[in-house]
Design a protein around this ligand. Structure first.
Ligand SMILES: Cc1cc2nc3c(=O)[nH]c(=O)nc-3n(C[C@H](O)[C@H](O)[C@H](O)COP(=O)(O)OP(=O)(O)OC[C@H]3O[C@@H](n4cnc5c(N)ncnc54)[C@H](O)[C@@H]3O)c2cc1C
Ligand SMILES: *[C@@H]1O[C@H](CO)[C@@H](O)[C@H](O)[C@H]1NC(C)=O
Length: 558
C-alpha cells in the first residue's frame, strides 16, 4: 500500500512536495490554513498574524531560469526577475499542469503532529487538524513533510533601545510594511540591511523627505544585473565557478571581486562597507540603493543606540530629531508550534536538522522540515531536491546514518560556516548552494556525471559544466528523469533573452572581432597569471591598471 504523507502548508515547498510524492508513488494529503496556494507569494493587504507578509512591490532576487521547478521551465516571455504576483501565477500554472490542487485541504490548519504510541516500530504520526468550521480531525500518517514556512514570527528588538516607550513616532516591523504611502514627506529610519531592509529603505526614500538606513554591519551590495545586463545568478552559479572558488585562494577571489564591485561605487565612500569579506556571506541584492545614496534621499547610519522623545540617537553619538517612523527590518524567527517540543530540545530552541532536513533524534526518519536554510542561490530548487531526497528516505530507498553520525555531521557543518557566520544560529542555517544540491543529488542518484556527459553528449556537457547550474541538470538521469531536461538546458538562454525582444534592433556590423578575441584572451590570461603569482595587494593593482589601460588603448586603436 502507498505511504500516506501529510504535507503541512501549500506554499511553494508544499506544492513541490505534493508533486514529488505523486511522482514517487506516495499518497500526499496537504493541509493549508489559508484559502489559496502560494504561501508568502500570495500578497495580502492585511495578512493573518503568524503568517508571512510581503510588501506590494516585492520583486524576486533570483532569476527565472535559476529558480524554476526542474521539470517545468517558466514561460519564455516572463521577465527574468519578476514581481511577486507573477511568481504566484507561475505556481498556479505548475499546480494546474500537474493537477496538484485536488490533494490540498484549504482552510485546514495543522494543530499538532505527534508520534504515535508505536512510533519506534511504525514511524507513524498522529495529526490533528482544524477546519474552517472549527471541526477537529485526527488522522494517522506514515510520514510528514513540514512546509509551513519560516518567515512567520517577526523579531522586533525594541527593548534593546532605551527610550522606545516614550518615542513619539511610530515603530513598526517590516512585517507591517506594505508600501510607502504612509511615509510621504516624513522623516524615517529603517533599521537593518537585509534584503527587505534594502528594498524598503529605497522605496521609502522615494516618497519620504529623508530616510536613514541604520546598520550595524553594513553589506556588500550587488545588482541583479551582471555583465551585459544578464542575470547575476546565471553568470555566477556555474560548476566552473564552483570549482574555481574551491581551488583559488579565497583572499584573492575576494580581492578581485570586491575591487570590481567597488569600481562601480566604492562601498567605503558610500558608507556600506562591512567588516566581512564579500564571499563570506550572502551579499545584498539591490540595484537602487547606491543610487538613492548618491541622490541624498537615503543616508547611511550606524546602529541605533536609543530613542529620544521625537528623535533617535545612533551609536556614533549623532542625533536625528523629528523622526516620524522607525521601520525595523530585523528579520523573522521560524516557529513550528505544531511539532513536538522534544524535536527542538525546548519550546524556544531552534530545530536541529541533519543536512538541514531531518531531525536526527527520531528513531524512524519519517519527518522532514523543508526550506529551513539560507544560501546564496534560489531557494526553490533546493527545496525540490529536499523533497526528492526525503521521499526516498521515507520509502526506504535511501538511508540515513546513525544518530551519532548525524550529530557529528551537523557539528562539522556548523563549524565550517562559523568563520563566515560567527552567530551559531546563522552558521547552522547556511548551506553552500551547489555543494548542498550536489550532495542531495548524489543521495538520490541524479547528480550529473560530467565525464560521461563529455564523452556522450559534448554539446550538453559544455552547457552543464560551464553554463549556469539550472535545475534541469538534476533531471537528466536517474530517478525522476525528465525527457525534456536536455532541451530545457539547450534553450535556457533563449528564455532569458525572449522578454527583451520587444523592439527589433538591427544587428551590428561585425568588427574585426575574430582576429581580436584571441589577443584579448592571451592578454586576459597574462593578467590573471600576474595576479596569481603575486598575492601582495598593491602590486597586482598596478599591473591590473596598466593592463587595463593597455587593453583599452589597443581596443580603440584596433
Ligand atoms: C520577502 C521575501 C523575499 C524572498 N525572495 C525570494 C526570492 O527572490 N527567491 C527565492 O528563491 N526565495 C526567496 N525568498 C525565500 C522564500 O521563503 C522561499 O522562496 C519560498 O517561497 C518559501 O516557501 P515555503 O513554502 O517554504 O513557505 P511559505 O511560502 O511561507 O508557505 C507556507 C504555507 O504554509 C501554510 N501554513 C503554515 N502553518 C500551517 C499550519 N499549521 N497548517 C496548515 N498550513 C500552514 C501557510 O499558510 C503558507 O501558505 C523570499 C522570502 C521572503 C520573506
Ligand atoms: C532573497 O531574499 C530573501 C528574503 O530576504 C532571502 O532570504 C534570500 O536569501 C535572498 N536570495 C538571494 C540569492 O540573495
Amino acid at each position: 500500500m502507498a505511504l500516506r504523507v501529510a504535507v503541512v502548508g501549500a506554499g511553494s515547498a508544499g506544492l513541490i512536495s505534493i508533486k514529488i510524492c505523486v511522482d514517487e508513488g506516495l499518497e500526499p494529503v496537504c493541509f493549508e490554513s489559508s484559502d489559496d496556494i502560494g504561501g508568502l507569494w500570495k500578497f495580502k493587504d492585511s495578512p493573518e498574524p503568524e503568517r508571512t507578509s510581503i510588501y506590494r512591490s516585492l520583486v524576486v532576487n533570483t532569476s527565472k531560469e535559476m529558480m524554476c521547478f526542474s521539470d517545468f521551465p517558466m514561460p519564455a516571455d516572463y521577465p527574468n526577475y519578476m514581481h511577486n504576483s507573477q511568481l504566484l501565477q507561475y505556481f498556479r500554472l505548475y499546480a494546474k499542469h500537474f493537477d496538484l490542487l485536488k490533494y490540498i485541504h484549504f482552510q485546514t490548519t495543522v494543530r499538532s503532529v505527534t508520534p504515535t504510541a508505536d512510533f519506534s516500530l511504525s514511524g507513524q504520526w498522529d495529526i490533528v487538524t482544524v477546519n474552517r468550521d472549527g471541526k477537529e480531525e485526527r488522522q494517522v500518517f506514515d510520514a510528514v513533510l513540514v512546509c509551513s514556512g519560516h518567515y512567520t514570527q517577526p523579531i522586533l528588538p525594541l527593548s534593546e533601545f532605551p527610550g522606545h516607550e516614550t518615542f513619539s513616532g511610530r515603530c513598526l516591523h517590516s512585517w507591517d510594511y506594505k508600501d510607502a504611502d504612509a511615509f510621504r514627506g516624513k522623516r524615517v529610519v529603517v533599521v537593518g540591511i537585509g534584503n527587505s531592509g534594502g528594498d524598503i529603505a529605497v522605496e521609502i526614500s522615494r516618497a519620504a523627505e529623508k530616510t536613514f538606513l541604520s546598520t550595524r554591519q553594513g553589506a556588500w551590495v550587488v545588482s541583479r544585473m551582471s555583465n551585459n545586463g544578464l542575470p547575476l545568478d546565471m553568470t555566477s552559479i556555474t560548476r566552473l565557478n564552483n570549482i574555481l572558488m574551491k581551488l583559488l585562494p579565497s583572499n584573492l577571489v575576494n580581492w578581485v571581486a570586491e575591487r570590481s564591485l567597488n569600481q562601480k561605487y566604492d562601498h567605503r565612500l558610500y558608507g556600506l562597507r562591512p567588516r566581512h569579506r564579500l564571499l563570506d556571506r550572502r551579499p545584498l541584492v539591490n540595484c537602487d540603493l547606491p543610487d538613492q545614496i548618491l541622490q541624498g534621499a537615503l543616508v547611511m547610519k550606524p546602529n541605533l543606540r536609543a530613542f529620544r522623545d521625537s528623535g533617535v540617537v545612533f551609536e556614533d553619538g549623532t542625533v536625528e530629531e523629528n523622526i516620524d517612523a522607525v521601520v525595523f527590518c530585523t528579520g523573522y524567527k521560524a516557529s513550528f508550534p505544531f511539532l513536538p517540543p522534544a524535536l527542538s530540545g525546548g519550546p524556544d530552541k531552534e530545530l536541529t536538522l541533519y543536512k538541514r532536513l531531518f531531525p536526527p533524534s527520531l528513531s524512524k526518519p519519517t519527518l522532514a522540515v523543508m526550506g529551513l536554510f539560507q544560501t546564496k542561490g534560489p531557494i526553490q530548487p533546493i527545496m525540490e531536491m529536499q523533497a526528492r531526497w526525503a521521499v526516498r528516505v521515507f520509502s526506504g530507498l535511501s538511508r540515513l546514518p546513525s544518530e551519532k553520525k548525524m550529530l557529528k555531521v551537523i557539528e562539522c557543518d556548523t563549524k565550517r560556516n562559523s568563520k563566515s557566520y560567527p552567530c551559531p544560529r546563522q552558521a547552522a542555517l547556511y548551506v553552500d548552494y551547489m555543494s548542498y544540491l550536489d550532495f542531495m543529488a548524489g543521495e538520490i542518484g541524479v547528480r550529473p556525471n560530467l565525464l560521461r556527459l563529455m564523452l556522450r553528449d559534448p554539446v550538453l556537457w559544455v552547457k552543464v559544466a560551464f553554463g549556469p547550474c539550472t535545475p534541469y541538470q538534476y533531471r537528466l538521469t536517474g530517478p525522476g528523469q525528465w525527457a525534456g531536461a536536455r532541451q530545457a538546458i539547450l534553450t535556457q538562454w533563449d528564455r532569458v533573452t525572449q522578454p527583451f525582444r520587444t523592439r527589433a534592433v538591427p544587428e551590428p556590423e561585425s568588427r574585426s572581432s575574430v582576429l581580436f578575441s584571441p589577443l584579448l584572451l592571451v592578454l586576459g590570461g597574462a593578467v590573471i597569471t600576474a595576479v596569481l603569482i603575486s598575492k601582495n595587494e598593491t602590486v597586482p593593482a598596478q599591473i591590473l591598471d596598466r593592463c587595463k589601460i593597455f587593453l583599452k588603448d589597443s581596443w580603440f586603436t584596433g
